[in-house]
Design a protein around this ligand. Sequence first.
Ligand SMILES: [Zn+2]
Length: 272
Amino acid sequence: MLFKKIFFGKDKKEVPDGIWRKCDKCGEILHVVQLKKNFWVCPSCSFHFRINARNYIEILVDQEKFEELFTNYTSKDPLGFPEYREKIKKSMKMSRLKDAAICGTGEIGGIKTGLFLTDFFFMAGSMGSVVGEKFKLIADEVCEKKIPLIAITSSGGGARMQEGIISLMQMVKTVEGVLNLYENRIPYITILCDPTMAGVMASFAALGDISIAEPGALLGFTGPRVIQQTIGEKLPEGFQRSEFQLKHGMIDTVIDRRNLRETIIKILKILC
Ligand SMILES: [Zn+2]
């Protein structure tokens, strides 16, 4: 513990960016290289750090076996919403993505699979027209290729309010994409990460044939703070977290990120 005091002083918040990360749950100071090797899971308390879409591709997909598709889509500003264009530009710079979703095909344990991922680091992974369109396109693509689809979600914002009714329409569009999967008997697996909320949870994220969640992920429609304020009652411990949702039959299983790839390979082998 002594080294921490030397490096970081009394206040552990002074952790320099890039080399060390402080665990949000147990406060342990962790070296980023070690953390990355441990799939961004705290070795002390198993807290799952929030990671981006490309990190998930690295964890799940066989090396160099991912081909990104439909890359040239960017959000317009259909309503002329104040500061929306600036927000998009800022998010593009921060996440190095063109919008909050990426998709493509890859191999997992040698099995060809379609992948769709939302990225929290682009406007909280909210679903605007690009996210919805990309889901529909990749759903059509896997139907044509007769390969399974895995959707990995990390979306705190649900539908993107800056696109108004157009973003709400994406809920219908993605559900239509899922219906296409059902009709073509294409396996659809969802991996729900922290957080998966609102319009995303109320559409394609909740419709997996098999729904897996990461430990401790917040999964629901309205957030716990708003619910608590509305009903004026204290919510139970762990409300809307993965383990709570599993207990109440909302998801199929909770899998530690360190075992995620192995589990997905097993499921794909059974389904395909
Ligand atoms: Zn920890």
